[in-house]
Design a protein around this ligand. Structure first.
Ligand code: GCV
Length: 711
């Protein structure tokens, strides 16, 4: 004990252990950098020069002064001119004559109002670093980018960086209810204290905006897609406006989820039929009212005719009628409508995976120009792994906006460490073959495949009222990764992980290596212990935590696990080929053909597309049953190893976060074992085969696993 205390004391003195941390500062900690970097940076960053006054320029100045001073461990004064080497000059050609004189107009125009240029320059013989943009938001993004360079120990002596976002609308979707609860939220209550608003706006709102701006996120939908009409009432609009007032300086627009039946509930109309002139007029007036209090309002997000929500089909109209009516209401103000494609009917013998495509694809080319179709990454519902949604590549005349889920509804809530960048990378890189080889989802999303004028991406937020924002400290990395990929969907997962680790956890090179490995392996590992080989939707119903492959009690067949895995004595998996639902036909031919043949279907999607005999020979030479069991065991082995690896980092990571993360890793290990045992015991009832060598005996009986959920 004495030795341990002594070691910790030495580490503290040498600065290896930082003070205890609660995670509130996210990746914007700005603690002093290691000595080796200070010597390099200090002479190059001596003052901050941000001419001009505006809320955004003030935010830039404040962030840089605070960030640089913290990182460099000495004051970095704010000045009005360049009077020594090492000035950081920031702004737009309008706000700064220094920048105007550089002659960068053309380059800055090409980068757009959100793009930026960071370059080493000289003013009157003095060395400086310029962060310039044609818009103030771009200057802010550039400032955060520069801070990231320092935070990640990037050389800064010969800077020449140009960057602009690949997608226009980079939006977080909050599934936050007006009573403060959050649907699928695992980090406390809503960030928005509706009761206290508009008089009181929590300081967290500003810190949330800063965090988003540091990534380039420029929109936030404040309320749940399962919307309450009240959010559009005059009272709640004033509350939303108070939030928008804080967001504005950080380049973030407020959006609202609109309940389609609001004209009835709020307006007292008899119908919400989108072709009814009174209904159209109501929405137009509502939009006018919103823009009066929120002049830069982004627009509406709509979940219509899905999971009990009202929509145009309630009135025998179609999705185009509904979306275009709302689009017409916000168009005069420059607003957009994000219409969700998450629509699936409960018809007999229907394949849910085919539903969104069947419902929406026929409308390609008919939506108004300010409508985006918001499509989940996969055809079912944010599963640990899904093939890409077949709508990507199937609607060339419609801007498609991917919807990713940052909150871990099906991925162990805020208890499991899963770095989602790897999963999203797989999605972005998927080749739709819509226009031949190389027609990746990225190109559909960034509009380059079909020449879209409007582009966007949405992430279902994982931030809540808990001090560290996301529950699990590592869940912060998924918010971070979403923002980075929204800016540049080509970014490499390792780079994102390493940036986040250095900014958030540690600068220790060995620790960065260990943590990056854990993060990069985590998605595959979680798939291994939850739903390997293409299994999906076998979670406990309702809350979706833990396994319940036996579930068959829900009133809708497609809310039952047995609907998805189709286990019987002959084998396992959902046949989506010609002999089954033929949902595979929704993909373009080379993809379709590869998925449709059992011998060419990637094994990670095998049970998604095929009902496979238990003795089917896998690429490894093993039978399906043995392979499946070994995947589950591999997931458990990884969870155990992650706990051990994490232990070795005590003394490198601050004790507070180290202990909290260790606790959650222990839960993850327990859950992985539970998943393995429950699923294998259940499927063994069909396969009638013994567990292969190397797979541990289950810890409980199947009945015990069935008797209560893991939560
Ligand atoms: C907001 C899934 C979730 C629901 C969610 C829905 C959606 O079904 O379980 O909580 O509702 O997706 O994306 O609309």
């Amino acid at each position: 004990m004495l030795i341990v205390s002594l070691i910790v004391a030495i580490l503290c003195v040498t600065g290896v252990v930082t003070r205890a941390e609660d995670g509130y500062r996210l990746w914007l900690r700005y603690d002093q950098l290691p000595e080796r970097m200070l010597n390099l940076y200090r002479p190059r960053v001596t003052s901050v020069v941000v001419p001009g006054r505006s809320p955004t320029l003030d935010a830039v100045r404040e962030e840089l002064a605070k960030g640089c001073a913290g990182l460099l461990g000495n004051p970095v004064p704010v000045k009005t001119e360049v009077d020594q080497d090492g000035a950081l000059v920031v702004g737009t050609p309008k706000s700064s004559t220094l920048i105007a004189k550089l002659g960068w107009e053309r380059q800055l125009i090409n980068l757009g109002p959100e793009g930026f240029r960071i370059r080493s320059a000289r003013f009157g013989g003095r060395s400086a670093i310029v962060i310039a943009s044609n818009g103030e938001a771009g200057a802010l993004y550039g400032a955060f980018h520069f801070l990231r360079l320092l935070q990640t120990s990037h050389p800064i002596d010969h800077l020449d960086i140009s960057s602009s976002p690949r997608l226009q609308l980079r939006v977080l979707n909050h599934w936050d209810n007006l009573d403060g609860s959050v649907e699928r939220g695992y980090a406390g209550k809503s960030l928005w204290d509706w009761k206290a608003l508009p008089e009181t706006v929590s300081p967290r709102v500003r810190d949330y905006a800063r965090a988003n701006a540091s990534l380039g996120i420029n929109g936030s939908v404040l309320n749940n897609v399962n919307a309450n009409s009240q959010s559009l009432s005059a009272e709640y609009l004033r509350k939303a406006a108070a939030i928008a007032d804080v967001f504005r300086s950080y380049g973030i627009r407020v959006y609202l989820s609109a309940r389609f039946s609001a004209p009835i509930e709020l307006g007292g109309l008899k119908t919400a039929d989108p072709l009814d002139p009174d209904v159209r007029e109501w929405w137009k007036k509502k939009a006018d009212e919103i823009y009066k209090v929120i002049p830069d309002f982004g627009g509406f997000l709509v979940k219509a005719n899905s999971e009990g929500q009202p929509g145009p089909r309630t009135y025998n109209r179609d999705h185009v009628d509904g979306a275009n009516m709302l689009a017409a209401a916000v168009a005069p103000h420059g607003g957009t409508v994000m219409w969700r494609a998450f629509v699936y009917d409960a018809k007999p013998d229907y394949d849910r995976a085919a539903a969104a495509y069947d419902n929406l694809q026929p409308f390609d080319g008919r939506f108004a120009p300010n409508v985006l179709l918001q499509v989940k990454n996969g055809p079912i519902d944010f599963q640990p792994r899904e093939p890409f949604h077949p709508l990507f590549g199937a609607m060339p005349k419609t801007p498609l906006m991917p919807e990713l889920q940052i909150t871990q509804e099906y991925l162990g809530f805020s208890n499991h460490l899963v770095f989602l960048a790897s999963m999203w990378r797989e999605f972005f890189d998927a080749d739709t073959y819509a226009k031949g080889h190389g027609s990746t989802v990225t190109k559909v999303a960034d509009g380059s495949l079909d020449g879209q004028r409007l582009t966007g991406i949405a992430g279902v937020a994982n931030a809540g009222s808990e001090t560290n924002w996301t529950g699990h400290h590592f869940a912060q990395s998924n918010w971070y990764a979403f923002g980075r990929l929204a800016w540049n969907p080509d970014l490499d997962s390792r780079r994102i992980a390493e940036e986040w680790i250095r900014m958030t956890l540690t600068q220790d090179n060995n620790a960065v290596e260990v943590i990056a490995r854990i993060m990069l392996e985590s998605h595959e590992a979680v798939v291994d212990y939850m739903t390997p080989l293409g299994l999906h939707h076998i979670m406990w119903p309702g809350h979706h935590y833990g396994p319940a492959p036996w579930w068959d009690d829900s009133k809708r067949p497609d809310w039952n696990s047995v609907y998805y895995h189709r286990a019987d004595e002959s084998g396992l998996g959902f046949d989506r080929t010609k002999t089954g639902s033929n949902a595979v036909a929704q993909y373009h031919p080379p993809v379709r053909d590869r998925f449709a043949r059992i011998d060419t279907c990637p094994e990670k999607f095998l049970l998604w597309f095929h009902h496979v005999p238990w003795d089917h020979r896998m690429q490894s030479g093993r039978t399906l049953w043995d392979e499946l069991a070994l995947h589950y065991q591999r997931g458990v082995d990884w969870a155990r190893a992650a706990c051990k690896d994490w232990e070795t980092l005590a003394g490198v990571i601050d004790p507070e976060r180290h202990a909290e993360i260790a606790k959650r890793l222990a839960i993850q290990e327990r859950d992985a074992v539970w998943w393995r045992d429950a699923v294998l015991l259940y499927f063994q009832g069909f396969s009638k085969r013994p567990l292969p060598k190397g797979v541990e005996k289950p810890q409980k009986t199947l009945e015990e696993y069935k008797s209560k959920s893991l939560l």
